[in-house]
Design a binder for this molecule. Structure first.
Ligand SMILES: Nc1nc2c(c(=O)[nH]1)N[C@H]1C(S)=C(S)[C@@H](COP(=O)(O)O)O[C@H]1N2
Ligand SMILES: [Mo]
Length: 253
């Protein structure tokens, strides 16, 4: 390929929102726009997504802070799945808690070569990352916390992403259902966090495992994770998903 052809290819790749991340070709991210559901207001979310994907380098990092910056950190939304209204959820979560989360597994499936369940010990056995970042909640507060966990990219690498993979969908025991594209999934600061402020992740903050998606707003950082599914198309979760409930899908900050 000539240098010019390569340049043109690269330009086209950038224009299509394809950034080369972690050695996986992220074709098609921007061509699969987040859902608008015909809402004019939701158009802003799509524009933010496209603008971010075109203008920001895929690997650009959010600011990291020092321990002196740690702030008090409220727990919001579900703060204890053991007191869930659905009895089966509460019972399962209590059982996991009683076993020190030894019985808990993160199920990984979809467009991967090696689907399966990961225990906490499995996840702790992978190289970890600790980062101090600012959390921004859509309700108007921010807080700075330290997160320790395994970069999601490590787990996806171990599971073996298939070339058709485009999105990662997450599910939690309290019924949350959301997804991110591969650019965010493979971002070095996107963690499956099992530690907070130097200790095990507290129940109120999503024990035993939560997501940290540092370049998006707080509700994308799902707590109480149970399952991730790698998909070829955006799965909005239908009635269960955040987008249908009026929450933007891409909330880059
Ligand atoms: N499973 C689950 N994940 C969740 C929530 C929730 O209620 N359930 N709340 C979200 C919202 S709105 C925010 S701001 C953060 C809050 O995390 P924190 O409780 O650790 O502050 O978690 C997000 N992830
Ligand atoms: Mo939030």
């Amino acid at each position: 390929m000539s240098a010019l052809a390569r340049l043109v290819t690269r330009r086209e790749a950038l224009a299509a929102g394809i950034a080369a991340g972690s050695g996986v070709l992220l074709g098609g991210c921007a061509r699969q726009l987040p859902p608008t559901y015909g809402s004019l207001l939701r158009l802003g979310d799509n524009l933010t997504y496209v603008a971010h994907r075109m203008l920001l380098p895929g690997e650009s990092l959010v600011r990291e802070y020092s321990r002196a910056d740690l702030s008090s950190f409220p727990a919001v939304g579900t703060i204890d799945s053991a007191s869930a209204r659905r009895a089966a959820v509460a019972e399962t979560y209590r059982r996991w808690q009683d076993s020190g989360f030894g019985e808990w597994r993160l199920q990984v499936s979809g467009a991967v070569a090696r689907p399966g369940g990961w225990s906490l010990a499995d996840l702790r056995g992978l190289p970890s990352r600790t980062q101090i970042t600012k959390h921004t909640c859509e309700e108007g507060w921010t807080a700075i916390g330290e997160w320790t966990g395994v970069p999601l990219s490590r787990v996806l690498d171990a599971a073996g992403l298939q070339p058709s993979a485009r999105f990662v969908t997450f599910k939690s025991i309290d019924g949350w259902y959301d997804s991110i594209d591969l650019l965010d999934a493979l971002h070095p600061q996107t963690l499956l966090a099992y530690g907070m402020n130097g200790r095990d992740l507290p129940i109120a903050h999503g024990a035993p495992l939560r997501l940290r998606v540092e370049r998006q707003i707080g509700y994308k950082s799902m707590k109480f994770l149970t399952e991730l599914v790698v998909t070829e198309h955006l799965d909005d979760g239908g009635a269960r998903g955040n987008p249908k409930n009026g929450w933007a899908w891409y909330t880059g900050i």
